[in-house]
Design a protein around this ligand. Structure first.
Ligand code: 13P
Length: 248
């Protein structure tokens, strides 16, 4: 059995003060959650949020990590910098990083390998654009992203995959539960080939893209969907808590 994992991706929202306040509001609401609860916060919020989550069941995540241990990479954040504050998870290859910051399957792979080596749990994002879906390229795009992005991974059981169809992010358009389940099933079949069928059964695969309090139950009831990566709805304590309690 795979433990469900609901992770908030705050993106570029919340100052450190606002982030700490959001976590304070969230703590009592999610304290009895049956799933893993994670907030992936802006790098500069990490010290304040690390303090706020102490003693709670909320785990801390970052939104990116560099692939070098240290060095001349202006503006970047290393795994060691994250680990010092108790960060456990890191989003890698979000479509916004791919679209606006030149992230490729190759750089995703370098970051995944570094994260695993350092002891961080990567949340690796993959997903097709609307035109790719409409022209029947969804599986080809996912196959390439997974094959190249997860190349040389030695501890695949530590991975979390987030299936985020680009056309569903921030648009209010959600993939139907059946669509998401089918595509995540395909992702699992690729993982079975890359690693092994047994390992593929242990890897948690989240859905992301306009997941909210209203549609989370249906999405989470699907057998292949093991969690959610939540953007907009993770900024509101009541909404995020409702998703965390999808089973209630
Ligand atoms: P929304 O939930 O705002 O659509 O964002 C999804 C996402 O990109 C999470 O990483």
């Amino acid at each position: 059995m795979r433990t469900p994992i609901i992770a908030g991706n705050w993106k570029m929202n919340n100052t450190a003060k606002e982030g700490a306040a959001l976590v304070e509001a969230l703590k009592p609401l999610v304290k009895d959650a049956a799933c893993d609860v994670v907030v992936c916060v802006p790098a500069i919020d990490i010290p304040a949020v690390a303090q706020a989550v102490q003693g709670s069941n909320i785990r801390l995540g970052a939104q990116n990590v560099h692939f070098a241990q240290k060095g001349a990479f202006t503006g970047e954040i290393s795994a060691d910098m994250l680990l010092e504050y108790g960060v456990q998870y890191v989003i890698i290859g979000h479509s916004e990083r791919r679209q606006y910051f030149g992230e490729t399957d190759e750089t995703v792979n370098k970051r995944v390998l570094r994260a695993l080596e350092a002891g961080l749990l990567p949340i690796v994002c993959v997903g097709e654009t609307l035109s790719e879906r409409e022209t029947g390229k969804t599986e080809a795009v996912l196959l390439k992203s997974l094959t190249e992005g997860l190349k040389d991974v030695q501890s695949p059981e530590k991975l979390i995959i987030a299936y985020e169809p680009v056309w569903a992010i921030g648009t209010g358009k959600t993939a139907t539960a059946e669509q998401a389940n089918e595509t995540i099933g395909y992702i699992r079949s690729v993982l079975a080939k890359l690693f092994s069928p047994a390992i593929a059964q242990t890897i948690r695969i989240q859905y992301g893209g306009s997941m909210n309090a209203g549609n989370c139950k249906q999405l989470m009831s699907m057998p292949e969907i093991d969690g959610g990566l939540i953007g907009g709805a993770s900024l509101k304590p009541m909404d995020f808590s409702a998703i965390v309690h999808f089973d209630k």
